[in-house]
Ligand binder design. Structure first.
Ligand code: FNR
Length: 338
């Protein structure tokens, strides 16, 4: 096995499928209803063409970028995904160590299997925390306080989940999601509520809004916006995120960084997202698949592979730094029609 390591994310997905019980694999892999958006999240990337520049000295490639003043080795962040113990007994502690060893920021999910405190003490790294705001404010307030005192640096408020999307594989499998390790002793209901002002009043952590796909939903007064359709697990027929990115980037007009997630499986996808205006990207399922296939080493390898692919894409497009990746390095379907 170790002699025969996967060479791309797709191969990790195949290994994960073999390693996991069907119910767990379907939970991770699945999307809402017809899974149109799930396919489109990936397919929309394939319709964007790269426009390389070759007459550039690319002997040195610097993939580093900054977010909120933190320097990252590359613009790849681990997206918040719940329930990592479904993939590996070490759960999010293993994922956190993998991300830290790549100097990548990990966003810990509200629905993590491991406790916030256990993930924080598993390794030293910059971490963000993802939150839902429940009508019962105590739950969110308690979690925010815990994340803050564990040294988490920012909050991602997920705003696309007032109700859970219909994931039919989970319905068919009678999937019961294990209760989050963080909710012991806390009463929760399914009622979500989005009150950004309230959240700002209880924390000094910067707040990103996660789950925006239209210009209309761009709000002032947040630290950043994340173009996301929750990995196509919420509203089917929502736009592929890479197709929605430019609209949101235009609406934000440089006021704050814009991130994007959904369907990123290749370094070239990261490159395309940056060319269309994203400061950084987040990757969900690929890291989960790596964790399922080979534990911490697999999650690390997935991040490293994507970094390696991005480096090649940058070099072959003639970009020595992420700042040199521009809109003119890609051609979208819209550009071809014009
Ligand atoms: C998610 N996602 C998610 N988002 C969030 O804000 N809180 C959460 O707890 C979860 N949980 C979760 C579980 C699983 C199994 C998946 C696949 C996704 C969405 C996640 O943050 C991200 O938006 C997508 O995963 C990005 O798409 P890709 O990279 O998986 O295609």
């Amino acid at each position: 096995m170790e002699d025969n390591l996967p060479v791309n994310v797709r191969e990790y997905q195949e290994l994960a499928k073999k390693a996991l019980p069907k119910m767990a694999y379907d939970y991770i892999n699945g999307g809402a209803e017809d899974e149109h958006t799930l396919r489109e999240n990936i397919a929309a990337y394939t319709r964007i063409i790269l426009r390389p520049r070759v007459l550039v000295d690319v002997s040195k490639i610097d993939m580093s970028t900054t977010l909120l003043g933190y320097t990252m080795r590359s613009p790849i962040i681990v997206a918040p995904t719940g329930g990592h113990k479904l993939a590996h007994p070490e759960g999010e502690k293993a994922t956190a160590r993998a991300a830290a060893s790549c100097n990548a920021i990990m966003v810990l999910s509200f629905s993590s299997s491991c406790k916030i405190e256990d993930v924080a003490s598993s390794c030293n790294a910059i971490r963000f925390y993802q939150l839902y705001v429940y009508k019962n404010r105590n739950v969110s307030a308690t979690l925010v306080r815990r994340a803050e005192s564990c040294g988490f640096k920012a909050l991602l408020l997920t705003v696309d989940t007032p109700m859970l999307g219909r994931r039919e594989a989970d319905i068919r499998n009678k999937m019961v999601f294990p209760r989050s390790g963080n909710l012991e002793g806390l009463m929760t209901t399914d009622d979500h509520d989005t009150d950004i002002e309230w959240l700002k009043s209880i924390t000094s952590m910067p707040i990103f809004l996660k789950g925006i796909v239209t210009a209309e939903d761009v709000e002032a007064g947040v630290a950043g916006v994340i173009v996301s359709n929750h990995g196509a697990r919420q509203l089917d027929y929502a736009p592929a995120t890479i197709a929605a990115l430019e609209e949101v980037v235009r609406a934000v007009a440089g006021a704050v960084p814009v991130l994007v997630d959904g369907g990123i499986r290749r370094g070239t996808d990261v490159f395309k997202a940056l060319a269309l205006g994203a400061r950084a990207v987040m990757v969900g399922r690929p890291v989960f698949f790596g964790l399922a296939a080979r534990g911490e080493a697999g999650a690390r390898h997935v991040i490293e592979m994507l970094n390696g692919e991005l480096e090649v894409a940058m070099a072959l497009c003639g970009c020595r730094s992420v700042g040199e990746i521009t809109r003119s390095h890609v051609m979208t379907e819209g550009d071809r029609i014009r």
